[in-house]
Structure formats: structure tokens, C-alpha cells
Design a protein around this ligand. Structure first.
Ligand code: SF4
Length: 279
């Protein structure tokens, strides 16, 4: 039987910087004899609010496995992205802030256009710069077998948009437990809890999760609170970031016990957007 990780080219592998998609990159590289063809690219879209651990992990996966991982960031001007290196990438929310300023408002739970532009749009614009259009290349996503609903939603959207999409982890029947046991056997790891992935204070996760993030990484809140102040708006209509900070200060242990690993997944797949639009 052909390996699910032996993918046809041209292909764009979406690397979220999480453990699941890193395992996928590893397996695809191995299935191709340890050297990916030039027209199979591995792409990471940096929002600027990624955790330092995520950025280090992405770099380490590339250097340890001998894989060229390309990094793109959203830019408000055409063509809508810039390719950057590990030394020059944004670490203080610059791409995200540029998008907010262009939109002159904040994304929220109902309107998660940050994903659309910072992740999916930047990758799509990069692919377009290679002359690749939807349907002419395979988009490879790191969803696992235990993420069935997301897979069905993704396939439905892809069909509607005329995209070709593959989920090799799911095809290989790999689940979260398989991913975790793989990383337990590796000499390096992401170094984050499963609930800490993606943007450091993503408004799509629950309040308890965000409070735990603030407790572990108090400085993260500053950027998010500043966006709310500057736009006179909110990421979450129920609570402002500065209120979460205040709650953490008053009740440092109240939220220690929660179960929310929702975001051990690709941010770009949480939304149904995929336009070539430049914000
Ligand atoms: S992780 Fe959250 S805040 Fe960041 S781009 Fe994705 S949906 Fe938006």
C-alpha cells in the first residue's frame, strides 16, 4: 500500500508550528527518502504573536531534519505577504497589528478574519507568487484522524473553492496519542502545553485558558490590551483583556484547573475563509 505521506507534487505543506503538523512534515520528508522535491514546499505563516517556543520549534524541525521551512508574513500591500527568515521574522505582533490597522477594527469570535489573512491568505499569496493557483497544487494539512469534524468541514470548503486538499495524518489513522508518543521519543519538543499553541492570547480559546496563558506569560497581555484600547473595541465582547489581567492578579489560582486543548490544531482551519484578497 502506498504511504499516505508520499504526496504528489506540486504541494504546499501547511506547518502550524504544532506537534501534529511537525510529525506530518517529518513523515512526508521520510516518505520522500529524506529529501523533498523542490516543488513540495513547507510553509509556516507567522502572525507575529507566536510563542517564542513555537518559533524555535519550527527552526529546529528544519535544521534537525534537513528540511527547508519557508516563513511568510502578512503584509497589507500587494502581493499580501513577505517571505522572511528566522532572524528577521516579526516577534511583537507586527503583521497582526498591520492587519488590524488596515481593517480599523478587531477580529472576534464571529469574525475570525485574522486567520483568513494572517495564515491562509499569506500562504495562498505565497503559492500564487510561484504561479500556483487553487486546484493546481495540493494543500497538505496536519489534521489527525481524531479531528473528524474539522476534516469534513475542510473537505467541504475545499470542494466549494476548487482546492485540492490532503490530510495524511488522518489517512494514516494517527491520533493525538500517536503524536504525543512520537514526540516523547524525540530528542527535542515544542515545549508548550497543548492548550498554549497558536497566537499567545488567541481570543478563540476560553477565558480560563486565556487566564492560564496570562499567568504563565504575563507580558503577552500588553499587546492585546493595547489593540483593544487603540481600536476602542474588543476581541471578546464578554471580557476585555485588561479585565482578564486584573482577574489573574486578584485570583492567581482560581483558574488552574481547566481542560481546553482545542488549539492544539492548525489555526488556519478554524475558519472557512480562503480568499486571495488583500486586506
Ligand atoms: S490563533 Fe487565534 S488570534 Fe491568532 S490568527 Fe488564529 S484565530 Fe486569530
Amino acid at each position: 500500500m502506498t504511504s499516505p505521506f508520499l504526496i504528489p507534487s506540486p504541494a504546499c505543506i501547511s506547518f502550524s508550528g504544532g506537534r501534529s503538523s511537525a510529525r506530518m512534515v517529518y513523515e512526508i520528508n521520510a516518505a520522500h527518502g529524506g529529501r523533498l522535491p523542490d516543488d513540495i514546499i513547507v510553509l509556516f505563516a507567522n502572525t507575529g504573536r507566536e510563542r517564542p517556543e513555537t518559533l524555535r520549534f519550527v527552526q529546529e524541525c528544519g535544521s534537525r531534519w534537513g528540511i527547508r521551512i519557508r516563513i511568510v508574513e502578512y503584509r497589507p500591500e500587494s502581493p499580501g505577504f513577505e517571505e522572511v527568515g528566522f532572524n528577521s521574522l516579526s516577534r511583537d505582533g507586527e503583521p497582526f497589528e498591520a492587519l488590524i490597522r488596515k481593517k480599523q477594527r478587531l477580529p472576534n469570535w464571529k469574525e475570525r478574519w485574522c486567520t483568513q489573512f494572517l495564515k491562509v491568505g499569506a500562504m495562498t499569496a505565497f503559492a500564487r507568487s510561484l504561479g500556483w493557483v487553487h486546484g493546481s497544487y495540493l494543500e497538505v494539512i496536519g489534521l489527525r484522524d481524531d479531528e473528524g469534524v474539522r476534516i469534513l468541514n475542510g473537505l467541504e470548503r475545499a470542494e466549494k473553492d476548487g482546492r485540492r486538499i490532503a490530510y495524511p495524518l488522518a489517512k494514516a489513522k494517527l491520533t493525538k496519542a500517536d503524536i504525543m508518543s512520537f514526540w516523547a521519543s524525540q530528542p527535542f519538543d515544542l515545549g508548550l502545553e497543548p492548550w498554549e499553541g497558536n497566537c499567545d492570547l488567541c481570543f478563540c480559546v476560553g477565558q480560563a485558558n486565556r487566564m492560564a496563558r496570562i499567568r504563565r506569560n504575563p507580558s503577552a497581555a500588553t499587546w492585546w490590551a493595547r489593540q483593544e484600547a487603540e481600536q476602542q473595541g474588543f476581541f471578546d465582547r464578554r471580557v476585555r483583556v485588561h479585565q482578564l489581567v486584573e482577574r489573574v492578579r486578584r485570583e492567581p489560582d482560581l483558574f488552574a484547573d481547566f481542560h481546553d486543548d482545542e488549539f492544539d490544531a492548525e489555526c488556519g482551519l478554524h475558519c472557512g475563509f480562503d480568499t486571495g484578497e488583500v486586506a
